[in-house]
Design a protein around this ligand. Sequence first.
Ligand code: GLN
Length: 545
Amino acid sequence: MSDNTKFIFITGGVVSSLGKGLASASLASILQGRGFKVRMRKLDPYLNVDPGTMSPYQHGEVYVTDDGAETDLDLGHYERFSGVACHKTDSITTGKIYQRVIDKERRGDYLGATIQVVPHVTNEIKNFILSDITDEDFVLCEIGGTVGDIEGQPYLEAIRQVAYDLGRDRAMFIHVTLLPYIPTAGELKTKPTQHSVKKLQEYGIQPDMLLCRSQMPIPQNEKRKIALFCNIREENVITALDVNSIYQVPISYSHEGMDKQVCKHFGIPCESEPDLSKWEHIINTLRLPEGEVRIAVVGKYTQLLEAYKSINEALTHGGIANKYKVKIKWINSEILEQEDPSLHLNDVSAILVPGGFGQRGTEGKIQAIRYAREHKIPFLGICLGMQLAVIETMRNVAGIKNAGTTEFDAKCEPVISLMTEWETEQGKEVRTQDSDLGGTMRLGAYPCVLKSGSVVANAYGCEHIQERHRHRYELNIKYESQLRMAGMSITGKSPDGLLPEIVEIPDHPWFVAVQFHPELKSKPFDPSPLFVSFVRAAINKSRLL
Ligand code: GLN
């Protein structure tokens, strides 16, 4: 780590879901616009070892990094906004911290000491914050949860100590709060923010900046009041207004002076403005699209759209690249098991079936896939969506009625089955039905070789790609010729040719299904080629409707 690396700690107060992750990602992106090198990290106080086994209903999508970490969806924001790939060393939970501490204790590393939250747990948190940093100018560390949570206390103590150790000229505390508007009083209320800052001060942390979420501009006298009672400079009370698109946030925060005040805190000259032209381009395209196209996403976590965060964003990115607005029609797949799919799908220009786990709703997804295949509607299947697309063709075209996946039915014709071993950089991985569920999937980026002339090869413009995986089951290569006879070809495989990664139906305008998750690497200014091509196919279809 260079002696100049500066640390910014982002905490949240008043309520959860204030968009701390977005705020952190936006600040990182603005600092990049000032020419700085940034790194982003998330510290989650819950006890799970990672979010891999958490329900998408409770926690939203599990975001996977290139090196195979299953992480919080905020890391997706970090990558989308900064373009910097996150690593295993950028995400930690209390579960993992305790696992490390207990492993050390068992090994005898603590030489008989009594193991305590302070210093052993806090030291492990500090090690995480300070590890694996090279020449970054800024490391932004977001602390999950809300100030006052019991689980969060060791993290607040650890970041207080890091700031103490490094000196305040290398550390900054930003606290994100909410100013609720009370219509009967006609006022924005500052008291919850004051309490939240008091709570932080109890832990020895004096925030340097407040980022106040508000539905309206904060009057100067209110800012003055917050500044006085929270012991903060008035210019460092930053308004975080609600905006129409998350991609407006960097420009909006910069406009409010956030990055200037951060630079001032660290004594960095900041006369010039940051270069945010790439964000201006995105905002302008979003504001004035050439048209609108409607795409159905048929999944089972449709009550909580956070569960499909990256898919949602990747579709937006595909739209931006085509200068179109993508309107997503979320369809709960279980409905398609009871009702005629055409009632729900006849007004969309493309259909996407995303990944998922468990059997519920899968027959409805198969109905959607059949509808897309038969009605020549552009179709993109992702992970489970790919596996079901193969099953659909095997059942309804090849006529193998019991074709299925051993994930749901041990007695089916096992077109999709458990992958028992595969190669990684660390050597061979082996799995059985009884393996642990957490952290044991095929995870992270793997190479894939594309068949020349295929839709995917044209979309990517090359024949060697790397995309991220998160699955346990695979299409068995031995069904390749049967699939080919049924009109489906395998157009992407692992370099050894053993693992099918992509299938297409050549006699269809655009039918592609992939075992990996292309949405995870998509960024507004570097969209997934597959999503760009898919949205283009949807636009072409909409012109025919
Ligand atoms: N459940 C499937 C598997 O484990 C698909 C996983 C996914 O869609 N991410 O292989």
